[in-house]
Write a protein that binds this ligand. Structure first.
Ligand SMILES: [Fe+2]
Length: 373
C-alpha cells in the first residue's frame, strides 16, 4: 500500500480479516475448536485467543494505554513462551468466553482507533502510516493460513457453507514447463522503504547474482509422482494409494490427486532431493525474488529455497525481536511466494516465510533452478 491508510480503510481491513477468521471456524463446533490434532499445530481455540490477545496487546494496551481485560491471561497466548505441543494444556479461554473476548477486544480497538493520529508525519513509528494496524491485520490473515493447516487434519469433511469446488487446493498449472533466463547482474532485494513490510524484509539492498535459469512454473504432482516412482521417495503429506494412483485425504475428504496442480506438503529435504534427482537445484531466495516478475504459477504453494533464514545487512528489529530475529541462523530455510491459503493482502515478492527443513504440514512445494551455461 503506497498511500497512507485512513481510519476508515483500517477499520474495513480489520473487519474483513475478522469475518474471514469467523467464516473459517463457522462449520466447526466448540469440540473441534478445542481438539489437539498434532504436536505441530495449536488447537484452533488457541489461535483464536492468540489473535485477539495480540490485538489487545498492541492496539489496546500499547497504543491505547488501557489495562488488559483478563489480567495476565496474555502469558498463555505468547507464541514463544508456549510451544505448540503444550498449547492444548493451557488454561486458555474456550467457547462463549472466547467469542466474548474476541468481540470485547475488537470494540476497544475501534474505540482507540478514533483517538490516534496516523499519516506519514506521525512521530511514533508504530502509528506512522498505520504500521501497527497493518501488522495486526497481517497477523490475523497469516494465522488463518496456520488454521487452514490444522483444518487439513480433520477426520470428518470440512464443509463451509460458502465452499466452492477447488477453493482449498492450488489452481492447476495451465502449461507447465519452460525456463526463464536471468542475466548476471546486481539486483535490488527487499521491501522498499515505504509501505508495510516486516523487519526481516529490510533494508532493501543490492545483491550480485551470476546468470541462472529458473523454471517458469512450479513442480507439478505429475512430476512428483514420477520422482516417487523412480526413487521410492515418500508421498507428500495426506496422500494415500488409490488403485494404481494417488488420492489426498486432506480436510476429511478423499479426492484423486490432480496431476496438473503444483505439489504441496513436501519438506525441504524432499524438495532438495527432488531437485537433485531432476539434475537441477533449488533457487536461492535472492534468485527467486530477482526472477519473481517473470515467474508463473506463483501463489499455489510456497516455494522452498536453498537459503537459510538470515538477517539482511543493516537489519534492525522492528517492532519486536520475536517476530524475526530469534529465528535467524542456519536452522530455518526460507520459502518464497505464497500458497492458495495465503490472503493476497499479505502476499508480496519481498515476503520471507521460513520453517524447519523437515516440516511438511505447511503448504509448501518447489520450483527448480540451475546455473546458466
Ligand atoms: Fe501469532
Amino acid at each position: 500500500m503506497t498511500s497512507s491508510p485512513t481510519r476508515q480503510s483500517i477499520a474495513a481491513l480489520l473487519a474483513e480479516a475478522r469475518e474471514r477468521t469467523l467464516a473459517l471456524i463457522r462449520p466447526l463446533g466448540d469440540e473441534l475448536l478445542n481438539k489437539v490434532y498434532s504436536e505441530l499445530l495449536s488447537p484452533l481455540a488457541w489461535d483464536l485467543g492468540h489473535i485477539a490477545n495480540f490485538e489487545e496487546l498492541w492496539l489496546v494496551q500499547t497504543i491505547g494505554g488501557r489495562a488488559p481485560l483478563h489480567g495476565d491471561l496474555g502469558q498463555y497466548y505468547d507464541a514463544i513462551e508456549n510451544p505448540r505441543r503444550e498449547r492444548g494444556e493451557l488454561p486458555i479461554l474456550h467457547d462463549a468466553e472466547l467469542q466474548a473476548y474476541m468481540s470485547e477486544v475488537r470494540e476497544r480497538t475501534l474505540e482507540v482507533l478514533e483517538e490516534v493520529e496516523l499519516g506519514p508525519a506521525v512521530e511514533d513509528p508504530l502509528l506512522r502510516e498505520g504500521f501497527v494496524y497493518e501488522m495486526l491485520v497481517a497477523h490475523e490473515l497469516q494465522h488463518q493460513e496456520t488454521m487452514l493447516q490444522l483444518l487439513q487434519m480433520l477426520d470428518a469433511p470440512y464443509r463451509p457453507a460458502e465452499a466452492e469446488p477447488g477453493r482449498f487446493v492450488p489452481d492447476p498449472i495451465e502449461s507447465p514447463g519452460g525456463t526463464v533466463r536471468i542475466e548476471a547482474g546486481r539486483y535490488e532485494i527487499g521491501a522498499p522503504e515505504r509501505g508495510f513490510a516486516y523487519d526481516n524484509e529490510r533494508p532493501r539492498h543490492t545483491v550480485a547474482l551470476a546468470s541462472f535459469e529458473i523454471d517458469r512454473t512450479p513442480v507439478t504432482n505429475a512430476s512428483y509422482i514420477e520422482f516417487m516412482g523412480e526413487t521410492g521417495a515418500e508421498p507428500p503429506m495426506y496422500w494415500e494409494r488409490q488403485g494404481q494412483g494417488w488420492a489426498s485425504s486432506a480436510m476429511g475428504v478423499t479426492t484423486p490427486v490432480d496431476p496438473m496442480r503444483p505439489v504441496v506438503h513436501v519438506s525441504w529435504h524432499e524438495a532438495d532431493a527432488y531437485a537433485r534427482w531432476a539434475g537441477k537445484r533449488l533457487p536461492t531466495e535472492f534468485e527467486w525474488e530477482a526472477a519473481s516478475p517473470r515467474l508463473e504459477g506463483v501463489g499455489g504453494a510456497w516455494e522452498w529455497t536453498s537459503s537459510d533464514f538470515r538477517a539482511y545487512p543493516g537489519f534492525q528489529v522492528f517492532p519486536y525481536e520475536e517476530y524475526s530475529k530469534v529465528f535467524f541462523g542456519d536452522e530455518y530455510k526460507v520459502l518464497r511466494g505464497s500458497s492458495w491459503a495465503t490472503h493476497p493482502h499479505v502476499a508480496r515478492p519481498s515476503f520471507r516465510n521460513w520453517d524447519l527443513p523437515q516440516r511438511r504440514q505447511i503448504f509448501a512445494g518447489l520450483r527448480l533452478a540451475e546455473d546458466a551455461s
